[in-house]
Structures are given as C-alpha cells and as structure tokens.
Ligand binder design. Structure first.
Ligand SMILES: Cc1cc2nc3c(=O)[nH]c(=O)nc-3n(C[C@H](O)[C@H](O)[C@H](O)COP(=O)(O)OP(=O)(O)OC[C@H]3O[C@@H](n4cnc5c(N)ncnc54)[C@H](O)[C@@H]3O)c2cc1C
Length: 483
C-alpha cells in the first residue's frame, strides 16, 4: 500500500513537472517581417523563442516569386531613419548603389501620358496642372493630423477629396484655360482619386481623413531590393537560426498573468510570453484569444480596416513598349466612375498600367475596394481579356499586342492575410494604436503582446512599421525578464 502511494506521489510530481515544462520563453505567432524581427531581437537578448507560422513558407505579405514581388514591393523611405533599410544595408542586400524608383526621372510628374477612356491623349501641360492640384490636396491631408485638428475626426478621406477638387477647379482662371481644358483638368484630378485609393489600399469612403496624415512618409524615395524582398526574409531567418515551425496555424492563445498556452491542431505549446503578429483581417475574423482581449483592444481592431487591393502582373509575349515608355495613366470620366457597376465592372477602378522594375515584358495594374475582392476570385482568362480591352480602349490602338499571362496572389481570399495592408477608418482614433500595442494583462506584466504593421501608430501599413513593432514588443519582454 505504501509503495502504491509512493508511486502515485511520484507520478503526480512528474505530471506537474511535464505540465509546467516550457517550450520556450516566448512563442511568436506569425512569420512575417514583424514576427521574424521580434525573434531575432529576442535572440540578441539571449531569450529562447519558437515561431509558429501557418503557411508552408515564412515572409507573410512579403512574397517574391522569381522577378516579381507578389506582396510588398519597395522599401518606402531609403534613409537611416528606416529600420528595414538599415537592416538591408547592413546585410549588403541593396547592391553597390541603392536603386531608388524615379532615379532617372527629370521631374516629379508621373511618367507616361494620361489617356481618356475614349482613347484621347491629354495635353502634358493640362495633366501636369491636374497633378499639381492632386499633390496639393494630398499634402493637405497630412496637415490635418500634424496640426492636430481633431474636429476632422470622423471625416472621410473620400468626401474631403471630392470637396477639395471642386474648390480647386472653381479657382482656375478662365483667362488661363479654355472650357475644354478646364474640363480635362477636372476629369484628370477626379480620376486620380483612384491613385490615392491605391496608396491608401482601399476605396476612400471609409478612410479617416484625420488619421491618414498620421502615417509618416520617410525621405529617400522607394527603394528596390535587387534580389527581391525575400532576401531580407532569408537573412532574418538565418539570424534566428531558422528556429521556426511551418504549417502550424494557431487556433487558440490562452493567456493569464502566469504565462501562455498556444494551441495548434496537433500540439499545445507553453511559454512565459507570446507575441502575436497575425494581420488585422485575421484578428477581426478569428476567435483567437482566451480570455478575449479587453474592450479597448477589441474596439481598435474593429475600427481598423484590412485594405482591399488586387495587385495584378500582366506578362506579354510581345511587349508593345520600349524600356521606360510603358506607363499609361487612365482618365475615367465622372460618368464612368460614378456610374460604375461595382464590383462586376472591377476594371473601372484600374488607374493605369505601369512597367515593373527588373522586367522588360511585364506591366502591373491595381484593382481597389470591393472590385479587388471580386477580382481575387476571378479566373486569369477573364482578367486577361478585360486587361486587353482596357489597353486597346485607352490607347485607342485596336491592334495593340495583348498580355498573355497573369501573375498575382489573392491576398483578400488568403485566410492568413485577409487583406493587403491596414488603414484607420472614420471610426478609428489615434489612441487605438496605443491600446493595441499595450501588453496584457498589463504593461508591467507583458504576457500577451500584439505586433505587426497594424500596430504601429506612425508607420502602419509599411514593412518598416511591422519590423519596428516586432522589435519594440520584444524589448518590452526583455526588459521584464531582466527585472
Ligand atoms: C500587394 C501588397 C503590396 C504591398 N506593398 C508594400 C510596399 O511596397 N512597401 C511596404 O512597406 N509595404 C507594402 N505592403 C505591406 C507589407 O507587406 C506589410 O506591411 C508587411 O509585410 C506586414 O508584415 P507583418 O509581419 O505585420 O504581417 P504579415 O507579413 O502578414 O505576417 C503575418 C504572418 O502571420 C501568419 N499567420 C496568420 N494567421 C496565423 C495563424 N492563425 N497562426 C500562425 N500564423 C498565422 C501569416 O501567414 C503571416 O506569415 C504590401 C502588401 C501587399 C499585400
């Protein structure tokens, strides 16, 4: 009897020991730039991590496929104020001379002519004037945040743009422009709202005018990484000794003031802390946390938008352009835009075709908003057909050679992305970002932390924002562990 009790006691101790055994100090959920940057930072602090990635590859929304970047394309802001630029430079991934988009351009106007949907070319002076107006309005959207005009809180970027276009057109002097020229300027600026939507990452209606300007633009132009952005991902993976597990979609993250338990289909992982870097679309749709996040975080997540863009590459057997001359800017009429039957007429959100760096046979087009969701589910054949029609319609050349292959990744239908890049909606506040980056259960006991581009108050949407947020959250854990 005594022997049996002794055995039971031993089994009990053993079970408790096994249950409390940690797999790592920190579990990182998601192997995009935020997760990888956090992992490398923690390693530098001497902290043991495991990174769990749902897909069969790391990189997340960075996805180089041969010469094409199906996800992120450029390092926005090539200067030492950009932590991603610095990392790529340190790793010698930017070539002997940094390549910036527009390096060989003479002025700041878009390259390529503006063509109307009737196949007419707009005079260069007129499209330049329209571009100046567009740029001025764009600059104003930044001032509203920098000048802290909270009265603008809740206003839509789209409404603001429409209102300002009308005002600017009214200001044009009749002595300077003919009636038709004025109409053309108006048409070009109105059509450029699609370009703004492309930068934002969605149609403009629900975007916050006030917070649009909270996104800080770094100097140094857009930088191209010669061997693709995956070279940065590979360098990070090397720096963390490839300490990640693929095809491990996390289903639940149980957290308390003691630690975390991360549940996947085939295993439960235990650790003292977790950094969760899944994109905003996943946070919005998947019931990941137990207990649930606090109300402030839940509201911040609900207020944000995941971004709806379809980035489509079109390859040509017989390219119709010489290098540097392939860009075509579209000018839709007001009737085309306002009367568009969306999402079926998805092609009416395309603002033109651009050449792709590093290729001589590929153009790119962007589809935005509900149209992007629609097009993500369309077959390549339909896309090719429509793209061909667009090219011939706008150039006015019925014999123009047509694209024969589509390359893309359906980011909106991808269950581990569910969007392209985040942006604040008219319901968001700047405080939402602070709430999202505050650890749980409290700043002094950081057990559960969120990271990713959607968490950074200044560089949301960008790769460098994602990287910074991962590093900052890692440092909070390191600080806690030191104490
Ligand atoms: C088409 C496109 C173009 C872009 N262009 C640019 C650009 O030119 N410049 C720029 O700076 N930014 C650009 N971006 C945005 C940029 O890609 C992102 O800001 C950045 O890559 C986000 O990194 P992240 O680590 O926050 O998220 P992600 O890269 O999305 O990483 C999150 C990871 O979590 C994984 N995951 C999701 N759910 C789970 C789960 N349940 N369990 C485990 N893992 C999970 C995902 O698979 C993913 O790997 C672009 C994005 C897209 C889609």
């Amino acid at each position: 009897m005594i022997k049996l009790l002794q055995i039971l006691h031993f089994v009990n101790i053993l079970t408790r020991k096994v249950m409390s055994m940690k797999d790592a100090d920190v579990i990182i959920v998601g192997g995009g730039i935020a997760g990888l940057s956090a992992a490398v930072r923690l390693k530098e602090h001497g902290i043991k991590t495991i990174l769990l990635e749902a897909k069969n590859r790391i990189g997340g929304r960075i996805f180089t496929d041969g010469k094409l970047e199906l996800g992120a394309q450029w390092i926005h802001g090539g200067c030492p104020g950009n932590p991603l630029f610095n990392y790529a430079s340190t790793k010698k991934l930017l070539g002997s001379k940094v390549k910036r988009v527009g390096d060989d351009q003479e002025d700041d106007y878009p390259t390529g002519y503006f063509y109307t949907s009737q196949g007419r070319i707009i005079d260069r002076d007129i499209s330049n004037k329209a571009w100046d107006i567009y740029e001025n309005i764009n600059d104003e959207t930044e001032f509203s945040f920098k000048n802290a005009e909270p009265s603008l809180q809740g206003q839509s970027l789209g409404e603001f743009y429409k209102k300002r276009v009308k005002e600017e057109i009214r200001k044009l002097k009749k002595d300077d422009y003919s009636r038709n020229e004025m109409k053309d300027i108006e048409m070009v600026v109105e059509s450029l709202s699609l370009m703004l939507a492309g930068y934002l990452g969605d149609s403009l209606e629900e975007a916050s005018l006030y917070l649009y300007g909270s996104s800080e633009e770094l100097p140094g132009e857009d930088v191209v990484v010669p061997d693709g952005l995956n070279s940065i991902i590979n360098a990070l993976a090397q720096d963390m000794d490839s300490n990640f597990e693929l095809e491990k979609p996390v289903e639940k993250i149980k957290w308390s003031s003691e630690g975390v338990e991360v549940v996947t289909k085939d295993r439960v992982y235990n650790a003292d802390h977790a950094i969760v870097t899944v994109p905003i679309g996943v946070l919005q749709t998947q019931d990941l946390f137990s207990p649930q996040l606090d109300d402030k975080k839940k509201r911040g997540i609900e207020n944000m938008r995941g971004g709806r863009i379809s980035k489509i590459f079109l390859e040509f057997d017989k390219p119709f352009w010489n290098e540097g001359e392939g860009n075509i800017n579209f000018v839709w009429t007001k009737k085309d835009i306002d009367g568009a039957n969306l999402p079926e007429e998805w092609f009416k959100t395309v603002n033109g075709f651009d050449e792709v760096e590093g290729t001589n046979d590929t153009l790119i087009m962007w589809v935005v908003g509900s149209a992007a969701e629609y097009v993500d589910k369309l077959g390549d054949k339909e896309i090719l057909e429509q793209a061909g029609k667009l090219l011939r319609r706008f150039t006015g050349d019925p014999a123009l050679s047509l694209p024969n292959k589509v390359r893309r990744h359906p980011w909106l239908a991808d269950p581990y992305a569910l969007g392209t890049w985040s942006y604040p909606s008219i319901y968001s506040t700047h405080q939402d970002y602070k709430e999202l980056s505050t650890p749980l259960p409290s700043p002094t006991v950081p057990r559960l932390l969120l990271a990713g581009e959607h968490v950074h108050p200044q560089y949301w949407s960008f790769m460098h924002g994602a990287r910074l947020s991962g590093i900052e959250q890692a440092d909070k854990i390191a600080e806690f562990m030191k104490k």
